[in-house]
Ligand binder design. Structure first.
Ligand code: IPE
Ligand code: IPE
Ligand code: MG
Length: 236
């Protein structure tokens, strides 16, 4: 059998807080280390010829965190965008984002949109940040956009199918992830890509995100390649 191709890997980058706690450092230091790790895994994904890497950076629920923590996370995102765009250009990587981007502070949103535009023609791979992202929000936003378009056209909306509903997603052209990785051991989906993960393989590791390196990323890919995907069908 040929090697299973992996086009899309999605990661719940969890454990920055625990990493900081274990090192006796402030939580924000954990987030900083976590942000640094993004470049490492981006490179590993590129080496593995993965077309799409989706990183859960901030959930719709994460707004419930303290003002200070939210502000620190937004600042780290801005810094990432300032520092890494030349690197993305050099590596020919396209940046995209999914989520309620309108909820982001203007500074982050502006930089994000500029970076998305600047990298739009890059072709060596796509990094997708899930920012102010929630799986339920994505479904609800998509349906509301659909209804609004129908309302504006003055026609009764057509019944949706699984295929046509895909167009309601934030990034309909992106294939579903074959593999979803969650660091830090939690056995839950935390409102990530609810529609898209329906048949993805999960790899959960106790490693905290700031410690999750290239070797373990390769291990996750190897574990995926050993999986038997059935999609509900019967075995021969
Ligand atoms: C993940 O780290 C980063 C975000 C959710 C933004 P956490 O801050 O959730 O780390 P833990 O889960 O407390 O260790
Ligand atoms: C999920 O992690 C969100 C991100 C990694 C951005 P959380 O730490 O917010 O998830 P829960 O609270 O453990 O479910
Ligand atoms: Mg967490």
């Amino acid at each position: 059998m040929t090697e299973k191709t992996i086009r899309h890997v999605a990661i719940i980058m969890d454990g920055n807080g625990r990493w900081a706690e274990r090192h006796g450092l402030p939580k924000i230091e954990g987030h900083r280390r976590g942000a640094n790790q993004v470049s490492v895994i981006l490179e590993a994904a590129r080496d593995a010829k993965i077309d799409f890497l989706t990183l859960y950076a901030f959930s719709t629920e994460n707004w419930k965190r303290s003002k200070q923590e939210v502000a620190a996370l937004m600042k780290l995102m801005e810094e990432f965008l300032d520092e890494k765009i030349p690197e993305l250009m050099e590596k020919n990587i396209r940046l995209r984002a999914i989520g309620r981007l309108g909820d982001l502070p203007a500074g982050v949103r502006g930089k994000l949109l500029r970076a998305i535009e600047a990298t739009a023609d890059n072709t060596a791979g796509t990094l997708i940040f899930a920012l102010s992202y929630g799986g339920r929000a994505e479904i609800v936003d998509g349906v509301n956009r659909y209804l609004e378009a129908a309302w504006k056209s003055g026609k009764k909306p057509e019944k949706l199918t699984e295929e046509s509903f895909r167009n309601c997603l934030y990034a309909p052209d992106v294939p579903d992830p074959e593999l979803m990785i969650r660091t830090s051991g939690e056995l839950r989906i935390s409102n990530f890509l609810l529609w898209q993960l329906s048949y993805s393989e999960f790899y959960v590791t106790d490693t905290l995100w700031p410690d999750f390196g290239k070797e373990e990323f390769a291990e996750a890919l190897a574990a995926y390649r050993k999986r038997e995907r059935r999609f509900g069908g019967r075995l021969k």
